[in-house]
Design a protein around this ligand. Structure first.
Ligand code: C5P
Length: 227
């Protein structure tokens, strides 16, 4: 099923807090493959728009910004956490819940998604790519030979987000996080442009009661068997 002449891709989609970032990054590191955190690209667009005073209704300006913005990921992955906008380190700024909400508003617009397609596809390089997002398996890398969809109960996802924020010294209440995750889930799942759904050929894993290590092992095994 591997596409002719194209490096293999493992896609890992799912809602926020399902563990995609941790798993995708660890799998990429162990395979020695590239890693794409597509959510970070939407978050960088949100931050860039916010700084330029562009709101979610200004689609044309958002498309222009999506095409022109200068972004870089110098260290591999989300945990390394380095994202640059116009050469400035903004890794902390893009992780706020507010930036995530704004990113999901912009991400609901088809022209904005279209404008970001090529940028995402450029991450597909030899020896392979692990891509984390919402539509990696359904749209961006629809021909990927191996696709996962990670889920977890919304309560468990809120708890994980809470722990992550606490570790970074950022205060947030569990109740607020739960509300924000539910709002984002609803917007991401109900939008008409690339809604959050598992690809038909995706393997769905409910991670509510699984450790990150167990999920990483499962994905690694499937990836090794597949390529
Ligand atoms: O994964 P993360 O929480 O960083 O993504 C932020 C937002 O960006 C998501 O809520 C979603 O609306 C949007 N997104 C998307 N498609 C992707 C990745 C992220 O629509 N492939």
């Amino acid at each position: 099923m591997t596409s002719v002449n194209k490096p293999p891709v493992v896609t890992i989609d799912g809602p926020g807090g399902a563990g995609k970032g941790t798993v995708a990054q660890a799998v990429a590191a162990q395979l020695g493959w590239h890693f794409l955190d597509s959510g970070a690209i939407y978050r960088l667009l949100a931050l860039s728009a916010q700084r330029a005073g562009i709101d979610a209704s200004q689609t044309q300006q958002l498309v222009a910004l999506a095409q022109a913005m200068n972004i870089q990921f110098p260290a591999v992955g989300k945990q390394a956490g380095q994202a640059l906008l116009d050469g400035e380190e903004v890794s902390e700024d893009i992780r706020s819940e507010q930036c995530g909400q704004f990113a999901s508003e912009l991400a609901a617009q088809a022209p904005v998604r279209q404008a970001l397609l090529d940028r995402q596809r450029q991450f597909r390089k030899a020896p392979g790519l692990v891509a984390d997002g919402r539509d990696m398996g359904t749209v961006v890398f629809a021909d990927a030979p191996l696709k996962f969809f990670l889920t977890a109960s919304v309560e468990e996802r809120a708890r994980r987000r809470h722990n992550q924020l606490m570790q970074k010294g950022i205060s947030a209440t569990l109740g607020d996080l739960l509300k924000e995750l539910k709002a984002r889930d609803k917007r991401d799942s109900e939008r008409t442009a690339a809604p959050l759904v598992p690809a038909e050929d995706a393997i769905t894993v409910d991670t509510t009661d699984l450790s990150a290590e167990a999920v990483i092992e499962k994905v690694l095994k499937a990836a090794t068997d597949c390529v």
